[in-house]
Write a protein that binds this ligand. Sequence first.
Ligand code: TYD
Length: 208
Amino acid sequence: MTEARGKFITVEGVEGVGKSTNISLIAELIREAGHEVVLTREPGGTQLAERVRDILLDKAEHGMTPMAELLLMFASRAQHVEELIQPALEQGKWVVCDRFTDSSYAYQGGGRDMGDEPVSALEELTLGEFRPDLTLILDLDVATGLGRATATTEADRFESEAQEFFEKVRAAFHRRAASSDRYRVIDASGTLEEVQTEIRALMSEVLR
Ligand code: TYD
C-alpha cells in the first residue's frame, strides 16, 4: 500500500515570537497522531542550504544587496525543497519548516522594500505550484519580540536591523495572512500556555 502524501506546515513570524518552542509542540502533536515528522528550517535544511545560511546571517556581509539576499534565499530553498521536503512528503512524512517563502515576502519584499513581484517571480520559477498546506504566523509586537530575540544570543545580520525594518516585516506577514485561507495568525503575546492552547486547537482541526 502506498502512503498518503504528508502535509507541509510552515511556521512564520518576526524575531522573538517563540517559533522554536511552538514548533516542537506541533511536531509532538503530529507524532501523537501517528505520522512521521521531519523538522527543518530556512534558510537551511540541507548541507548546501546550511552553507548558504551561514553567508546570509554573517554580519561581515553588510554590503549584501537585497537582490543578492533574495536570490540566496531562493537558491537555498530550491535545494531544500528538491533534496529534502518533496521526498519526505512523497514518503508520507509530515514536514514542519521553521520559515519558508512567506519570510521572503516579509523580509525581502517588506523589510528590504523589494515588493512582492520579484519574490513571486522566483516563487513561481523555483516552486511552481508547490505551497505549504498550512502556514502559522506567530504575531507579536516588534519591540517585545526583539527584546526576547536578542536577550540571549548575539544579534545576527538580520537581528541587527532597526525596529522600522521589523515593522515592515510584520506588516507584510499581515498582508500575506489576509491573502489566502492557508494562513492562521496566532497571537503570541499571551503566556506560553495560552499560545499552546491555541496551537493545540488548530492542530486538532488539521489532524482530524
Ligand atoms: P533565524 O536565526 O532562523 O531566525 P529566527 O530564529 O528568528 O527564525 O535566522 C533566519 C533569518 O533569515 C531571520 O532573521 C529571517 C531571515 N529570512 C529572510 O530574510 N528571508 C527568508 O526567506 C527566510 C527563510 C529567512
